[in-house]
Design a binder for this molecule. Structure first.
Ligand code: 13P
Length: 249
């Protein structure tokens, strides 16, 4: 059995008061079980708050990015090691918003991935195609290239213990969800690709879907053979929605 995850990605949202209300509501209801994990990736300034409110609960927490460097003169960056100091479990790398808005290339994502692993965090590696790429029939080549960049740099073994997230760019924040079949097809492709490198890593690798997951569509997505949970944006900011998605896992 593969581990299953529902992870919230708050993006650039939150505030101390609102976070406390949301996290209190979540921690009252989330009861993680062996093999089923729930987490929130908060803006880095709120890691201390997440730690204070969530330590000892069933919810994990983490960041949405890390520096590709460990330490040094990199103004504005924060390292994976710093994220880990706050008791974090997760760090997202390669989110399409980092790739498209902040210039994270495949090579940069591979460096960040390595930093996350070395800090002892669980990497949540995002891959996904744009609408133009999908329409050009390039979905598999794009997600395959994004995943291969990490494996080429650091070896397939670094995927063990990680979470892979398929997030079609055209489905993020658009309300347009991939159909369960569309998502399953890409998840199966990704698992097959990993299996070509290492069968046992492929079998164990959780592949979660992200892109307009909500309580109304979570169950049908999570029912697919190769969909092992979700990475949730907008709906992770609303306790009732996020809890319903968790319940559908
Ligand atoms: P939405 O759920 O808001 O579409 O965002 C998905 C996402 O980008 C999660 O990382």
């Amino acid at each position: 059995m593969r581990n299953r995850f529902v992870i919230g990605n708050w993006k650039l949202n939150g505030g101390l008061a609102a976070n406390a209300v949301l996290l209190d509501a979540l921690k009252a209801k989330v009861l993680a079980a062996p093999g089923r994990y729930c987490g929130v990736c908060v803006p880095a300034p709120y890691l201390a708050q997440a730690q204070a409110l969530l330590a000892g609960t069933s919810l994990g927490w983490g960041s949405q990015d890390v520096s590709r460097f460990e330490t040094g003169a990199y103004t504005g960056d924060f390292s994976a090691g710093m994220v880990a100091e706050f008791g974090s479990k997760y760090a997202i790398v390669g989110h399409s918003e980092r790739r498209s808005l902040f210039g994270d290339t495949d090579a940069v994502v591979a460096q960040k991935y390595d930093q996350v692993r070395k800090a002892g965090l669980t990497p949540v590696l995002c891959v996904g195609e744009t609408l133009a790429e999908r329409e050009a029939g390039e979905t598999e080549s794009v997600v395959g290239r994004q995943l291969k960049a990490v494996v080429d740099a650091h070896g397939v073994a670094v995927l063990s213990g990680a979470v892979l997230a398929y997030e079609p760019v055209w489905a993020i924040g658009t309300g347009k969800t991939a159909t369960p079949e569309q998502a399953q097809q890409v998840h199966a492709y990704l698992r097959g690709l990993v299996a070509g490198w290492d069968q046992s890593v492929a079998k164990q690798l959780p592949i979660v879907y992200g892109g307009s997951v909500k309580k109304s569509n979570a169950a049908e997505l999570f029912a697919m053979a190769d969909i092992d949970g979700g990475l949730i944006g907008g709906a992770s900011l609303v306790a009732e929605e996020f809890l319903a998605i968790w319940a559908a896992l």
